[in-house]
Design a protein around this ligand. Structure first.
Ligand SMILES: C[S@@+](CC[C@H](N)C(=O)[O-])C[C@H]1O[C@@H](n2cnc3c(N)ncnc32)[C@H](O)[C@@H]1O
Length: 312
């Protein structure tokens, strides 16, 4: 499971000073929220995914300085709407997409593209074949923060990974695909694509263009996994404790960060382009993995879908 990372991942004193840019506000801050959820999950005895990098990202950013990174910091445990229920959702999502990417690689993909990678540490924490390249696409500010934290890790030998990691600084509202190919990406090879926690923040046009680009750059055998949100949410859903607790305790107004455009029907779009597509609720994965959120009234997770597509 581990990519050879030593147990001691302490941050070298002083190294992360000034590393706060990039995850201080807006949608970039949401990647810190997900990192905190992964940090907490990492310390659970029955963790669905372990990410020993996550708590270092959280602690390096002033916004996260007082956020929990361990289950003992969450007195209400599973009943806590933010660090219990939403945190568990992020952990489940991490595991489901970990498994999907590793399956794609087992089937022969040697390129993985993490769209909106944020503080995703998959390049470091999963076992990849030595000839595998992981492309991470996100904004430059996010990578500046991430790299400073990685550089400051006191592992003895610095950050470690089995895959070749390439960061691609781009905005999905511009020609990100051009930046990806300029970084060495090969459209003629099968690719495992992932868009985790990204699409709901993009304008509808950017989302449509993203799918067109992924389709254009996907050789036969490529896979695409992503998280989508169906339609606008009612006022009652926006008042769900998952959202209100997140706003009260972190200042992140999640509904306000969801793009207001009508969402394109991306599974139908992929099917029309010849992909084979499966759409699931997160709750199906709760049953599959044996832990995770279950439906509740006016649920902030009810409109979430995880989509898995294959280009034959
Ligand atoms: C909720 S975070 C998810 C991060 C990561 N995929 C994960 O699940 O941990 C969303 C990420 O998408 C990136 N993002 C959002 N809109 C973007 C855009 N227009 N261009 C580039 N990156 C964007 C943010 O910077 C952030 O890192």
């Amino acid at each position: 499971m581990s990519a050879g990372v030593t147990e001691n991942l302490g941050v070298t004193e002083g190294v992360t000073e000034g590393a706060t840019e990039g995850v201080t506000e807006g949608v970039e801050l949401t990647t810190l929220l997900v990192a905190a959820a992964r940090a907490i999950e990492t310390h659970r005895p029955d963790a669905l995914a372990r990410d020993r990098y996550a708590e270092h990202f959280v602690r390096a950013a002033p916004a996260g300085a007082h956020w929990p990174v361990h289950p003992r910091d969450v007195p209400d445990g599973e009943a806590d709407p933010l660090w219990g229920r939403l945190g568990r959702y992020f952990a489940l999502r991490t595991r489901a997409f970990d498994d999907q990417l590793l399956r794609a690689v087992q089937l022969g993909a040697r390129q993985v593209v993490l769209l909106g990678a944020g503080l995703d540490a998959r390049a470091h924490r999963l076992d990849w074949p030595g000839d595998c390249t992981l492309y991470e696409v996100d904004r430059s500010e996010v990578f500046a923060f991430k790299q400073r934290v990685l550089d400051g890790l006191d592992t003895g030998t610095g950050e470690q990974r089995t895959a070749h990691r390439v960061t691609v600084e781009a905005d999905f509202r511009t020609d990100w695909a051009g930046a990806l190919t300029a970084a060495g990406f090969r459209p003629d090879l099968p690719t495992a694509w992932l868009a985790e926690g990204l699409l709901l923040h993009l304008p509808g046009t950017a989302e449509r263009e993203l799918f067109a680009a992924v389709d254009r750059f996907s050789a036969p055998g490529s896979t695409l996994a992503y998280e989508a949100k169906l339609g606008p949410e009612s006022a009652a859903v926006r008042d769900n404790p998952v959202y209100t607790a997140t706003l009260e305790r972190t200042g992140i107004d999640l509904p306000a960060l969801l793009d207001a455009d009508p969402r394109p029907d991306t599974p139908a779009d992929l099917t029309a382009r010849g992909w084979s597509t499966n759409v699931h609720t997160p709750f199906e994965f709760t049953r599959h993995y044996g832990r995770g959120p279950l439906p509740e009234p006016d649920d902030a997770l009810a409109a979430n879908r995880w989509v898995f597509a294959v280009r034959p």
